[in-house]
Ligand binder design. Sequence first.
Ligand code: FAD
Length: 380
Amino acid sequence: MYVADEYEALAETALRFAKDKLLPRYQQREAETRYDPALMREMGALGLIGPELPEEFGGLGLTNVASGIVTEAIAYGDFNVAYVQSSGSLLGQVLARSAEKALAQEWVPKIIRGEALIGVGLTEPSAGSDAAKVRLKAVRKGDRYVLSGEKTSISSADQADGFVIFARTGTVEDGARGVTAFFVPGDAKGLSRTRFDDLGSKIVGRGSLFFDEVEVPVEHRVGGEGKGFYEVMSGFDFNRAIIGLMCCGAAQASIDETWRYVQERETFGVKLAQHQGVTFPVAEGEALIAASRQLCLHTLWLRDAGKPHTSEAAMAKWLAPKSAFDVIRQCLLTHGHYGWSMDLPHQQRMRDVMGLEIGDGTAQIMKLVIARESLRRTRP
Ligand SMILES: Cc1cc2nc3c(=O)[nH]c(=O)nc-3n(C[C@H](O)[C@H](O)[C@H](O)COP(=O)(O)OP(=O)(O)OC[C@H]3O[C@@H](n4cnc5c(N)ncnc54)[C@H](O)[C@@H]3O)c2cc1C
């Protein structure tokens, strides 16, 4: 794991917490349907949720790089618990930056303390990659908006305490310009939720949200009307690097366990570690994850420096989940028939990281973004 001097203490706290509190129950936690509130509060007390969020809301006011380092450490212990930090950082930043002061003051401190989990609702049954096509309607009636429609594939749908929801305030022809973001509390009247039976990240509880004339006050609008995509979604570049680091953390845990294993098991009279055919693929894994990590951290560093980072974020979001999946698969294979058992964590890590090859934008969409940015940069 990358640790610059200034982040050493924070990284050590996060990694110790991950190894002592998260890793031993990573597999058991898969059978649970919600995060343990005490565990979330402990993360909050240690400064492991949204460490970059402003001090006025109870954050540590650190950098996006610091947030990335914490995320990777948590994911080393439990990929799915890292969702608490990643969504806390993403949506804490969105609310701190774009919500009305009173709304931000009500929710951001709770996110940081681990007392509230917030989800984000963009995807709909007929709008995924083509996110600007969202149809869920928000109609203004006096000092309120009334939301009607459906969101699907929403992480933490059935356990989040609130959601940032993207809704259409303009016409479908307006495209992205007709989309506005709103904060909707989880207990809003008319909101119902479901939970999917997923291949991985089961505790996260991806599901659908149904809005049956859900009313929110005008003060719950996040950013300007029609500005949802431009003001709020810029946070998604941050999230892409953070997702990359989640995947690096999970892969690094499998790599470290594999290095230990090859020094214990023997074949043909020597330890597995003596066979270069065994160690070279794991060494390749180290290199792939180190490169992915550096790209993610570089993206966050660019963001901290106020420099463009959309292309780097898309590269990170493509490279890291893909590399992590491939590397964990190699680690599983290196454990021979033991690796194929549900007793070892590699199968779960493989399933868990694969979800984020899709979530927050697929490989193809990341490549579209990279190509678009590169074509713009090199326009003749
Ligand atoms: C684990 C997980 C967590 C998620 N969490 C959330 C969440 O919290 N909130 C939320 O709003 N959404 C969430 N999602 C939804 C996710 O963002 C979407 O699934 C994703 O954006 C892809 O949309 P889609 O599934 O509708 O696929 P589609 O858009 O239907 O795409 C299907 C396939 O076609 C490809 N494709 C589509 N268009 C093109 C093109 N122009 N060129 C090349 N290939 C293309 C895609 O890459 C994909 O392989 C989550 C998904 C997963 C799996």
